[in-house]
Every structure is written in structure tokens, then in C-alpha cells.
Design a protein around this ligand. Structure first.
Ligand SMILES: Nc1ncnc2c1ncn2[C@@H]1O[C@H](COP(=O)(O)OP(=O)(O)OP(=O)(O)O)[C@@H](O)[C@H]1O
Ligand SMILES: [Mg+2]
Length: 268
């Protein structure tokens, strides 16, 4: 991927902090004092790190991601991204990929992918070339001219992922991006994501319910408690990189996965 290769020289300094969250809590409005969703989250994400967040359904993972993206305001606490306070949605700094594909139905796959580049005013030939390369990367070569209603759910999600990646922000926030994909595509996409990450050293915060995916991808796994979500464990994933499928069968991998599972299963 030519444009990915071009990014390699933009590697951030490892000691730089990309995201800093301090004392973040959130209560959604509602009867009886509202819904406490997040409680006293403090975390620091070094630039270029791959952080995975796991936790039981409804514990506040999506809420946290929306706040990191500046798309939802927190009740208390502060978030900074490369030293600048969030909220302040800024696609140049932060890109978000959600679980559900949200494509424009009147645009083809390739037009959906290149949409952010057209907003930026990139030349047409250049953006078409990059969009087609990105579609190829997510395994959709030859499908660029299809409209969303002509694609399967998993294919739509891959278009959505391609659109998120093409914006090339230094921070990528991903909310269960592979949940709708079949197991084989999911593994391939995870592997491809690591390849892109390795070439570009983006800072990634990735939410998943899959413990195998968490261990396979992460530098560090943050485990959240049931709602109101708190961070109850931070597990460094010491497996060497590049990760390989064979590592999944190793003892170390199994032990790491088990440690996360032990934490999660204690959640009521
Ligand atoms: N806009 C909202 N208004 C009120 N309550 C909300 C809102 N969004 C989320 N909640 C509540 O906040 C809690 C956390 O929701 P959130 O979607 O962040 O959880 P999650 O960890 O992403 O769950 P899942 O794993 O199922 O995606 C839930 O109890 C949910 O009902
Ligand atoms: Mg969620």
C-alpha cells in the first residue's frame, strides 16, 4: 500500500502521550438520579500503542469511546488528545469506526470510501486510486461499483472500515468493528489491521467482546467492570510482534486470555 508506506516516516515518539483521561465519570439523564455509566476512569495511552478495552455488555465501553472521540460530553473529568482538550470533534486527530456500518445508500462502495477525501478537497484521481487500494486491502476488490444494498452486512462493514482507515488520523477508535464479520474474515481483518498499524503506528483504542481478538491485537488490555464501568485490570500483552496465528495455541496466549476471562466472569 503506497500511502501506508508513505506514512511510516510519521512515526510518533514512543514516549509521547496520545490520550490522557483523568477522573472521568458519566451519568446519563433519567429518573431517580439517572443512569451512572462510567465511574472514575483514569487512563493514559502512549502514542502508537494498541489498547483493547473489554468488559460486560452495558458497562460503558461505547460511551467511553464516544467521549474519547469528542462526540459525547462526560459529566466529570477531563480528556486530552495530544495535549489538546476533548470535546472538540476533529477528524484530523481522531477517526471512529463503529460496529454498525453507516454508509450513504446513494453512493457506491468506492464513493463511500472516498467521501472523507472529497470533503478534504483531494484531487479526484488521487482519491479514487487510494479508495480502490483501500477496498482491496479489506478484500473488496471488484466491488467498488456496488451500492450498499447490493452488499452483505460483513461487506458493508468492511467498506465502513476502509472509509475510517482512509482518513488516516493519528488516533483510531474502533467499537467492535469486526463483530458482524464471519470468523475467518474477522481473523484476516484483525491481522490486516495489525499490519496497517505496524506500518503507520497509529494510536488505537479498540473495543471487543472477543478475548482471543483482545490478546491477539493488544499491547495492553483494559478490563472494565459492570456498569458503572471502572477499569478493574490492566493487562500488558507481552507476546512478541508481529503476532502470528500460531501464537494462539501457545501457553502464554492461553494464560493471558484466561486472566481476562477470570476478571470478566466475576462481574455479576
Ligand atoms: N444515550 C443514552 N441515554 C441513556 N442511557 C444510555 C445512553 N447510551 C447508553 N446508555 C446506558 O449507559 C450504559 C452503558 O452503555 P454503553 O453503550 O456505553 O455500553 P457498552 O459497554 O458499549 O455495551 P455493549 O457491550 O452492549 O455495546 C448502559 O446501561 C446504557 O443503557
Ligand atoms: Mg457498545
Amino acid at each position: 500500500m503506497q500511502h501506508v508506506a508513505n506514512l511510516a516516516d510519521r512515526r510518533p515518539q514512543p514516549e509521547e502521550t496520545a490520550i490522557e483521561v483523568a477522573g472521568l465519570s458519566h451519568v446519563y439523564d433519567g429518573p431517580d438520579g439517572g443512569v451512572p455509566a462510567l465511574q472514575d476512569i483514569t487512563m493514559s495511552v502512549g502514542s502508537g500503542r494498541f489498547i483493547v478495552v473489554v468488559g460486560p455488555s452495558g458497562c460503558g465501553k461505547t460511551s467511553l469511546l464516544m467521549m474519547l472521540a469528542g462526540l459525547r460530553a462526560q459529566s466529570r473529568g477531563t480528556i486530552t488528545c495530544y495535549g489538546r482538550p476533548i470535546p472538540d470533534p476533529d477528524p484530523k486527530r481522531v477517526g471512529v469506526i463503529f460496529q454498525e456500518a453507516s454508509l450513504f445508500p446513494w453512493l457506491t462502495a468506492v464513493e463511500n470510501v472516498e467521501f472523507p477525501l472529497s470533503l478534504r478537497g483531494d484531487p479526484k484521481d488521487e482519491r479514487r486510486r487510494r479508495s480502490e487500494a483501500m477496498l482491496e486491502l479489506v478484500g473488496l476488490q471488484g466491488f467498488g461499483a456496488r451500492y450498499p444494498h447490493e452488499l452483505s452486512g460483513g461487506m458493508k462493514q468492511r467498506v465502513s472500515i476502509a472509509r475510517g482507515l482512509i482518513q488516516d488520523p493519528p488516533v483510531l477508535l474502533m467499537d467492535e468493528p469486526f463483530a458482524a464479520l464471519d470468523e475467518q474474515t474477522r481473523m484476516t481483518m484483525g491481522h490486516e489491521l495489525l499490519r496497517i498499524w505496524n506500518a503507520t503506528r497509529k494510536t488505537v483504542v479498540f473495543i471487543t467482546h472477543s478475548l482471543t481478538e483482545a490478546v491477539y491485537l493488544a499491547d495492553e488490555v483494559l478490563v472494565m467492570s459492570a456498569r458503572p464501568g471502572r477499569i478493574i485490570d490492566r493487562i500488558p500483552i507481552t507476546l512478541p510482534r508481529p503476532r502470528t496465528y500460531e501464537m494462539m495455541a501457545t501457553d502464554v496466549f492461553g494464560k493471558l486470555r484466561d486472566r481476562i476471562w477470570q476478571q470478566i466472569r466475576q462481574v455479576p
